[in-house]
Write a protein that binds this ligand. Structure first.
Ligand code: ADP
Length: 191
């Protein structure tokens, strides 16, 4: 299996690049943000619980997210590899993911980390909010809260994988195609 984490702050382009990467490499896309939004749309108990956190720009509790990922794996037993987008977002999630992959006798091959300046992030998220219908993209305070959560809880996830020498930084500014080409180059020499 080839398992990849696409990492970076909110607005760094993970969703856009993930769509292109899963198509090119035939990976299964696991976006916890998308899974949570689906739960919200379907008004499930999990969705209702998650919405309260998401609307404030806070992370959803680890046990909720980890349970959701576990059940996603149950439904994708034939996958030849996963692209993790927006997960893991805390050290506890990273440890849980390692354990789940170990059960499948596999592991993370590489973490590709997109770097984008903070002003560019806010600009992109506000712009996305005009059309995405995502309530967490329309309020600048919520956007800033998400970036703060990223610095406080998520940035350490890169340190976790750096210990295993699995992190590669990729410039996340430029055209979508340029960034895609940089990501593909890093994958092609590892796959
Ligand atoms: P973005 O990276 O642009 O903020 P996502 O779609 O990945 O967007 O996530 C939207 C929101 O969903 C996050 O702000 C957070 O509240 C919640 N979320 C998504 N993934 C996780 C996760 N792995 N752990 C905790 N909360 C999450």
């Amino acid at each position: 299996m080839f398992n990849l984490i696409l990492f970076g702050p909110p607005g760094s382009g993970k969703g856009t690049q993930s769509e292109k990467l899963v198509e090119k490499y035939g990976l299964v896309h696991l976006s916890t943000g998308n899974l949570l939004r689906e739960e919200i749309t379907n008004k499930t108990p999990l969705g209702l619980e998650a919405k309260a956190f998401i609307d404030k720009g806070q992370l959803v509790p680890d046990e909720v997210v980890i349970g959701m990922v576990d059940s996603f794996f149950e439904h994708h037993k034939e996958a030849k590899g996963f692209l993790f987008d927006g997960f893991p977002r805390t050290s506890a999630q990273a440890e849980a993911l390692d354990k789940l992959l170990e059960l499948k006798k596999t592991s993370i091959c590489v973490m590709l980390a997109l770097s984008v300046s903070e002003e560019e992030l806010v600009k992109r998220l506000m712009k996305r909010g005009e059309t995405s219908g995502r309530s967490d993209d329309t309020n600048e305070n919520v956007i800033r809260a998400r970036i703060t959560e990223y610095h406080n809880k998520t940035a350490v996830v890169a340190d976790y994988y750096r210990n295993f020498d699995k992190v590669v930084l990729v410039k996340g500014e430029g055209t979508v195609d340029d960034i895609f080409r940089s990501l593909c180059a890093e994958i092609d020499c590892r796959i």
